[in-house]
Design a protein around this ligand. Structure first.
Ligand SMILES: [Zn+2]
Length: 273
């Protein structure tokens, strides 16, 4: 029995010694673990801080880019004739509305006529500028208000050969009207009708749109300008289906191509120059 007891004692001692060793080891491990965890947490915190700083910096850069591009997108399009450029024809492209004057507002309440007319007008201007015998000016190359009188005045003062106003239609009290129509004024027998007819025919051959024809109307910008002048109503923003098309970049591109080609054909066939 004693032997057994002695054995037990020495085993217990061993156990205690082992436990002490184990405890020390465990203690070191725990300390190391805590230290490691602390470092990791600190690393993670600084990492999060850095990324959020970077994010802040990136978003600042991005937003300043957005502001710049939205302000300067069409600034290269001139609003006055450059006398040093010797081209056969000068055309004024006149994107309707601008600034506080939003024009027709689509049913989604966020699509404005003034934005689409600027886009399409700028596209037409860019296309015509590439022609070797055409110089183009634009009545506004940004989102700003220009009065109807000032648009006609600009055309007269700059002595352009043709004025092309770009608008979108809106139906009051309904949404079913759709299609494209071009206006001229009967008071002027100067080629305005021929220009309107050529543009209307060319656009409707370029894109799939209802042809509402060429119509006379006493629009101020047409009456006050002293050269062939037309106003294109490119489609109805009040019609959801047509509004969807008018917002589409590919459609805007084809529309602009049709307008530009119509103007060029008119110049080729009707101009006395
Ligand atoms: Zn309009």
């Amino acid at each position: 029995m004693a032997n057994r007891r002695n054995n037990r004692k020495s085993r217990r001692n061993k156990k205690r010694r082992i436990n002490k060793k184990k405890l020390t080891l465990l203690f070191i491990v725990v300390i190391l673990f805590i230290a490691g965890a602390f470092k990791l947490t600190q690393g993670a915190i600084s990492l999060i801080k850095n990324t959020s700083n970077n994010k802040k910096q990136t978003s600042v850069v991005e937003s300043s880019n957005v502001v710049e591009s939205s302000n300067n997108e069409y600034e290269n399009l001139p609003t006055e004739v450059d006398k040093n450029i010797n081209k056969k024809y000068t055309i004024l492209i006149d994107p309707g509305h601008g600034g506080n004057d939003k024009g027709t507002i689509a049913n989604d309440k966020i699509t404005f006529e003034k934005d689409i007319t600027l886009k399409v007008g700028a596209l037409v201007a860019q296309k015509l500028t590439k022609q070797k015998d055409v110089q183009v000016i634009i009545s506004r190359n940004e989102d700003k208000y220009v009065s109807l009188a000032d648009r006609a005045k600009l055309a007269n003062e700059q002595g352009v050969d043709a004025l092309v106003s770009i608008h979108l239609n809106g139906q009051t009290g309904g949404t079913d009207a759709f299609g494209l129509e071009t206006y001229y004024t009967k008071e002027k027998n100067d080629g305005s009708y021929e220009l309107a007819k050529q543009i209307q025919e060319t656009i409707t051959s370029y894109i799939d749109v209802r042809d509402r024809g060429v119509k006379p109307e006493r629009f101020q910008v047409l009456l006050q300008s002293k050269m062939p002048a037309v106003l294109i109503e490119c489609g109805f923003l009040s019609n959801d289906e047509e509004a969807k098309k008018l917002k589409d970049e590919a459609y805007q591109e084809s529309l602009a191509e049709g307008i530009a080609q119509g103007i060029l054909t008119y110049l080729d066939t009707n101009s006395k120059k």
